[in-house]
Write a protein that binds this ligand. Sequence first.
Ligand code: AHR
Length: 503
Amino acid sequence: MFSARLTIDPRFAIGSVERRLFGAFVEHLGRCVYNGLYEPGHELADEHGFRRDVVELVRELGVSTIRYPGGNFVSGFRWEDSVGPREERPRRLDLAWHSTETNEFGLHEFADWLELVGSEPMLAVNLGTRGTAEALDLLEYANIRGGTRLSDQRVANGRTEPFDIRIWCLGNEMDGPWQLGHRTADAYGTIASQTAKALRQLDPDLELVVCGSSGAQMPTFGEWERVVLGHTYDDVDYISCHAYYQVNDGDTGAFLASAVDMDRFISSVVATADHVGAVRGSSKRIAISFDEWNVWYQTRFEAEDKISGIDNWPVAPRLLEDRYSVLDAVVVGNLLISLLKHADRVRSASLAQLVNVIAPIMTEPGGPAWRQTTFFPFAATSRLARGEALDVRLESPDYPTSRYGDVPLVDAVATYDAASGTTAVFLVNRSLDDEAEVVADIRALGDVSVRDASSLYDEDLGAANTLEAPDRVGLRPTPSAEITDGLLRLVLPAVSWTAVKLG
Ligand code: AHR
C-alpha cells in the first residue's frame, strides 16, 4: 500500500462545471442509429421505432448534449436526404464507413428522440463535400420559424416549432487525410470563417465550434490550431479536440496514464488559442469542445472491421463494437477527471459514441440492451459533478511510463455545489499492484458526512458486461470511506475508479 494526500477547499475553484461536459455522440455509423437506438420491429420499440430500453439507459447515463450526425459521416452527408416523407428519401453511399445510408432516420427523428431522452442537439454541418450555402440552408430549415421555402418545408414535414439548435460544429476532423474534403489549415480556416459569419448573419446567438486537430499525434497538431484560429478567432466560441486511447504494445501502465495525455493536449490547445488571442490583442477566450473522446481499439477496427468492395455497401453493419473491460472503464473515469480538471476551458465534451459503436450502451437486434463497464463512471460523474470544479492539490508518488515519463499513481478532482452544500470527489488509482491509502483534508467543508462512496474495480481487469453476462461488472460500495477530525480516509484498490459524495 502507498499513500496519497489531497485537500478539498471551495476556495481552490477551477471553473464552473458545465452540463455540456457530459455530452455524447450519435453518428450514422454501424449500428449506432439503426438496430441501436432505432429498431422499429423490436418488442420494446415505441410508435416511432425508438427502443424504450435504450431511451431509459440514455437517461440513466445522464447525457446532456448529443453531437449528430457525424463524425466522418457528416463530410459526405446531404441533410435534405434525411427529411420529408420516408418513402421518398434516397438510399446513399456512405463513403466514410463503406455502408449504405437509408435515411430512414433523419433530423426530425433525431429531434423527436432527443425529446424522449431529454438531451440537447449539437449539429455538425458538412464542410467536406459541401460548403457555406448548404450550411445556411440547414440552419434556415432548422431555426427559422416559417415564411421561407426551407422553414415552410420543415413545417410541412410535421414540425411547426423551429428545432432551435444552439450549438453547431463547422465540419468534422478537417485536418485528417481520411476525411472527405480534407483541407489545409489555411483552406479550412477560410471556409470555416466564411461559414461562421454567414450562420451568425442568420442567427447571431449561435455557439460555433471550429475543428481543431483530430488528435495530438497529428503531424499538423499545434500549427493547425494556430492557423485555423488565425482565421476564425472572432467568429467562433470553441475549438474542438478529439482523442482516443487504447492499450499499445501491451503497456497497461501507459494506458492507465491516458488522462495525462489528455491533460497535456488540453493545455497545449489552450496555450495555442491564447497565443492567437494575445497576438490579436483580444480579451476573448476560446473554449474547448472535447467533442470526441473515449477508449477505442482502433487497431482492431483496422484489422477486423474495415469494409471494402465495389459491390459491398451493407446497411448498419457491426462496426467499432468494442467490448469494454474494467481496465477501460478506469481509464474512461480518469478521462472524465481530466475534463473536470480543465473545467475553466473545456466547456463542452462528447463521449464518442453512445450506442453500439464504441459505446457505453449495447443492444442486440430483437434482444436486450445492457450497460458496458464504461457506463458506470460516466453516469456517476454526470450525476454527482455539480457546481464548481476544485483543484485538490494532490500529493502522490509517481510511476514510470514508456509514453508519458513519470506520472502520479493517483489522480483526483472534486466538485463543490454551494447551492446544495454537496461535494463530490473523483479518484483513480493507476497502480497495477498496490492499494492506495488516500487522506483528504476536508476541514474547509465544515461538518459533512459521507453520503455515498462507490468504486469500479475487479480482480480480473478484463472483466466485461456482455449479452450473456450483462451484469458481470458494476459499481461496488467503498466501505473504507470514513471521516475523522476533518480528514476523509479511503482505500483505493489497485486499478480502480472511485466517486465519493459528501454532504
Ligand atoms: O467516432 C468514430 C470516428 O472517429 C468519427 O467518425 C471521426 O470523427 C473520428 O475519427
